[in-house]
Design a protein around this ligand. Sequence first.
Ligand code: ACM
Ligand code: ZN
Length: 542
Amino acid sequence: MNKLLIISVLFCTFAYTVCAQNIYNIVPNPVELKIRQGKFVFSKDTRILLPNDDPDLLHAAYALQERFLLTKAWYLKAEKPDADVKPGNDVVFKLNPEIKNREAYRLHISKNRIEVEAGAAAGFFYAMQTIRQLLPPEIERNQAPNSELSVPCAEIEDAPRYPYRGLLLDVCRHFSGVKEVKRYIDLLAFHKINTFHWHLTDDQGWRIEIKKYPKLSEISAWRDRTLIGRYTPSGRKYAQTRYGGYYTQEEIKNVIEYAKTKFVTIIPEIEMPGHAMAALAAYPELSCSGGPFEVAGHWGVFNDVYCPKEATFRFLEDVLSEVIDLFPGKYVHIGGDECPKIRWERCHHCQSKIRELGLKDEHELQSYFISRIEKFVNAKGRTVIGWDEILEGGLAANATVMSWRGMEGGVVAAKQGHDVIMTPTDFCYFDYYQSKNRDTEPLAIGGYLPLEKVYAFDPTPAGLTDSEAQHILGGQANLWTEYLAAPSAVEYMLFPRLAAMSEALWSRKERKNYSDFKRRLTGNIVKRYESLGLTYSTADMN
Ligand code: ACM
Ligand code: ZN
């Protein structure tokens, strides 16, 4: 070989490698990616061929169809082919019962066709999200891109590390309408996050219509004033504007149906026994003192909570019955966090209940409260999730624990054989600042959670046996909205940290590497944020 030839071969190899690196920027990183030469070019005649008429497969296919509809006005057919259809430039779904993980998939992208294997519709859906990330970022825009719509050839094998990958959105401190919630669900799906934890009730607002208790919509959904600026124990200033909103049951059903098409399960949270001021403003008889109360206009933890009397259980059971009728998922979150015991200590009713039940103290009374609600929820075939405070005074028999005050509560629960979702403040609280320099950041609750820290999140702590570790279902980012009044403020806190969270929950530990993640983030994901018109933080982008 002469010198010129050697140089040109070396150059081509180099150029191909660099180019290849630039176009295979998938987040979260798949289990295995083998780069192949060439590309598959989409045309308006590309079809998505389905193995059967399962509507969930149509939803999975739509994840890809939608991009071409919005950008090119191309309607790629998704259909079950007749036996005699000639093979063309198609995306072919193949059900493979040997792929046991419902969310796993294999992608074989060659020049002439794309073959997708999965054991269930969710796997096909995530394969479509991966193809989406291999298409040019302009595919996210609602206008025709000039670029060729092709994906580079590859063999991809992928499956999530954890079955539970969640985001909590607090719609109580500030309300998000149906349109915004659907957009967040779209963005969860894009990041392969499969659970939306909808924090529907709190001190500052009750956001779900309950037919049997209309005052929850008339009174509890609205506050007369809202704190201006940072919370201080005294000298607070308020905007004296009525603020609030709630979802009708029809809207809730509509959002649940929508989320299902994006393979996102919604977990409703109805807070008890604490964080109940909004409900108590409408139904003060459910408290220890009898009130009166107002829907809270500032943030924090409030001393007035539900009193564990029969009327309260009747109310909560009625509420949960309607909630369970609406939400088809396995879980109902019943809160359990930050419940001061001061009113219970001084309440004649609470004290006689403690004596009557032979309980040791108010913590055991809280445990009684949660266990009793749990029995009700279990009898309806559902499982409760509670914040880690539900460990205090004894954990309810079948509860799943959401560990937020560190991972310790989760470890204790896993060792007791309970399922656990890890969401420790240090790694998962997206209401924390994302830059050290607070002066350059919008007002936030405090803390410091940079991108790299989110990325380093590992929901399974060392020291658990294999069978204990099996109880760690996954993790979740929590977005509390005290200081997030507008959708752009919510987006700013979510992105790009949600991309880091998605890789922390989806990708194998050995596939994680922060500098490589940053390369894929800036080389691909951020470009998509731009195309989608998202607000995002650049604090950790350099
Ligand atoms: C919580 O942050 N109070 C669960
Ligand atoms: Zn009481």
